[in-house]
Design a protein around this ligand. Sequence first.
Ligand code: BES
Ligand code: ZN
Length: 612
Amino acid sequence: MMRLFSLHVLLFLAASTRTNAYVSDPHSAAKPDEAVVTHLNLDLVIDFSLQKIIGTATWEIKKSAHAKQIHFDANGLLIREITDQSGQKLYYELKPRNEYLGDDLSIDLPESVKRITIRYETGKNAYALQWVTPQQTSGKQLPFLYTQSQSIAARTWLPCKDSPGIRYTYDATVTVPKEMLVVMSAENPTQKNPSGTYKFRMRQSIPAYLMALAAGDLVFEAIGKRTGIYAEPSTIKSAVYEFADMEKMLLTAEKLFGPYRWGRYDVLVMPPSFPFGGMENPRITFATPTVIAGDRSLVSLIAHELAHSWSGNLVTNATWNDFWLNEGFTVYLERRIVAELYGQAFMEMEAYLGLNDLKETISELGPNHPDSQLKLRLDGRNPEDAMTDVAYEKGFNLLTRLRLQVGNKKFDRFLEKYFNHFAFQSIVTEQFILFMNDQLLNKYDIGYMRSEVDHWIYAPDLPKDYELFYAEPPFKKVDEAVIQLLTGDNLNRLNTKNWSTYEWVHFINRLDTTPLLIRIPEIDNVFKLTQSGNCEIQSAWYELAAKYQYKEAYGNMENFLLRVGRRKYLRPIYKQLAQTPSGKELAIRIFNEARDNYHPVSQRAIEEILKP
Ligand code: BES
Ligand code: ZN
């Protein structure tokens, strides 16, 4: 472990003495040491009837003296023509790499080339895209298109240097059917325009995985001065109610971690088939409608995506091996914001559930599994296959451990400094370590943390005996209720009146492997969990139902699986169903029907579970 650590640091030190040093990214064909891109001019026409995007991407490039070619990533794209700034055709080749990496698009570079224009079309099954039918939207009138570029899917809708280490600014012009509004990860319109052509500007430099676009029947409503919501007309009201705290969140985040650098912060409410909870597209988070619970109980997700405006979008992981720099830091920031706004106790419930999930993930991966390390080794693999809650929860716990050594104030100042120091840069884990050594461990005399930090980052298990940091057990009330039930008490005597969503989720988790399982029907009768409208509760309950074949829940479970496409909810339920032959048969039948309603990300995940 120590050997690995010093090797990494040495490599980095060697690299950092050169200017413009790029670490090599195993998931991109871009050779940034030869040539990079600095600005994109993108022109798109979106054809809903043919389900394709017809595009022209013009890249400003910067090349080193010896570069004879420039390399882009492309996956499934049909390349029509490539020219330089004076319209001269450039010779190119598409060299296939593999199924998930796509092609290395190598273009010959005569001396004089400054700008490259690529005319192209997207192919069938572009992994980033979901073409949502009118039936699958909430308004049922118009289709909807959206992109999900993270991690390596931007290359399926535009030719780009698809590596998180390479940043650029962009302008775009997008044409859609006249009744639609388009938004991008850029300065956005707030109203439909009768021409159907929209212009966008992104002045802060971003990596390709933060390129985003959505088009549909969208309206905008402001929340505060810098915050607002885009949604379909039929969901805008409930979304505005649910996310009323957005402006406050933004102010809280700035107070804790320094100025927000992106101008506006809006949220786009996606169709229910969106495969993630949220995606931190700059200036406009894409969010699942499943967080609209009606009681604002799941808005931590917004705090999370907002927090990425510092950790991830401002300071970015240079390769997907350093994914925890994005997600671990973001969970930490998210929970600091949540603690400020909703109290330490509420935040600790999330942290507790998160730690439980982490322990489960680590034990499922098995002893000494490299995916349980914070620093990942993804060469030769699809990054998606190793992105677990390790990055999120182990990262959070490491940063929390450090926070506890110096206190909130000093630690948050340290983070603010980190964000300023590396602003608009993409970095590797070892750059963080050097900065931390200097600005935290040495500065505050906590050098004794060095070996523990090493363990968190480079070892696959959790450090032994690291202290938990709860003032009191976060789910005391629920745990007491479970004991009450275990000693034979009547369900009606439980005091569940003020239980929060997380307390219900914990309650459901606690039933597993206890003698209370035989009381599932009775518990359901009293608490109506099968009928819950809260997706967190539904997913936990249907998972349990599938595991113990509680058939009374199957009707609602099926509706849930047909309607919702969020991978985090789908996977555990399908997994449980797949445990028995009859369950698997049912799962396959449901998936066959649901499939077209899932984004390729979720389709792939469920196929993996149900493969023979
Ligand atoms: N950036 C992620 C989503 C992501 C990760 C997309 C990896 C593709 C590859 C986003 O910020 C995220 O973490 N979303 C979470 C929600 C959050 C509250 C933990 C999700 O979607 O569940
Ligand atoms: Zn995240």
